[in-house]
Design a protein around this ligand. Sequence first.
Ligand code: PLP
Length: 397
Amino acid sequence: MSAAPLMPVYSPAPADFVQGRGVDVFTAEGKRYLDFIAGIATNCLGHCHPKLVAAITAQANKIWHMSNMYQTELQRSLAEKYTKATFADVVFFANSGTEAIEACLKLTRKYHSANGHPEKIDILSFEGAFHGRSYGAINAAANPTYLAGFGPPLPGYLQLPFGDHEALKAAITPTTAAIMIEPVQGEGGVRAVPTDCLQGLRALCDEHGLLLIFDEVQSGAGRTGKLFAHEWAGITPDVMAVAKGMGGGFPMGACLATAHASSGMVKGVHGSTFGGNPLAMAVGHAVFDEITQPQFLEHVRDVANHLHQGLAGLKDRYPDLVVDVRGKGLLAGIKLTMDPLKVRQLCFEHGMLVGTAGQNVLRLAPPLIVSTEHVSEAISILDAALAAAREQQKAAA
Ligand SMILES: *Cc1c(COP(=O)(O)O)cnc(C)c1O
């Protein structure tokens, strides 16, 4: 298949998946793969979950789109579910993680300008961050690869080393507006921010009147075994971006905020044509209702323990290849001594889909509905892939 008419910004694996069921996906030829990346931490209920299929099908037969010119009861009621379940008082619905982040950034500057401090524009982020691909998001994350060639960097974004509290303290000035962080860094290498660091950030923000923004686009929606990863630290942000898992595979995102933090977000200052559309909302309700079932998150924690035990075993068996096992819950990373793309390819050849992340990390983010049997199968495949990688290295030496 020629990829010619597509803008070549990706290099997709030459496998055309045409059907998914739970944790399995199938090619047109009927070959099965175990899906341990779930559309990049997105298909949290697996493929074609009957409740999601029912929700979207029913909604598709009712109404698809009216825009925010008219109120949508499904939107109001989903916002109510999220505000009842979190720190937030209000929700803005968007269509992606990037848009959710963009809303967080705009809200932050608007908050300070509406409160008499238009000079407070600087958003502090951390090395290895990923917040999406809009201008705001790439500037906030400051990854040189994503910024190169797009003109001068935007003012108002500062990036700090990961885990250096003193450097962070020293960087706070009268123009600082907010600190933004992923409680578990996804693309940057699946690094969980230690609990005391998150608590320290909350204290710093309180002390200096800054907003604390959590990017839970990847770590939210139950992925770490709590509805949101920051709950492990017992603190709350002022603003939070959510997307990926909240739509279970349907594109949607949201910016959640306290009433205080969103005090500048009045009529006309932000908007979206598709954000909060009935199809997304119908799926969003079905996802929320499922992941907030009693025992659902307990299942995530149990199966994640099983996964991390299995990964620790691999680290013991392949000390030459596996440096570290990291992450939280069902967002797991295996830091390797070799190019993780090679191991990803070997996993593919053994019938499993996995991802990669920065710092030589192989990334696992299976659907949250995986069973311990699926996890055992994944560990066996990783075992075989690592054994093959070791053979390849020996042959090359
Ligand atoms: C994926 C991701 C984004 C961007 O989300 P899109 O839906 O791709 O726009 C932002 N932040 C984090 C932490 C992500 O993992």
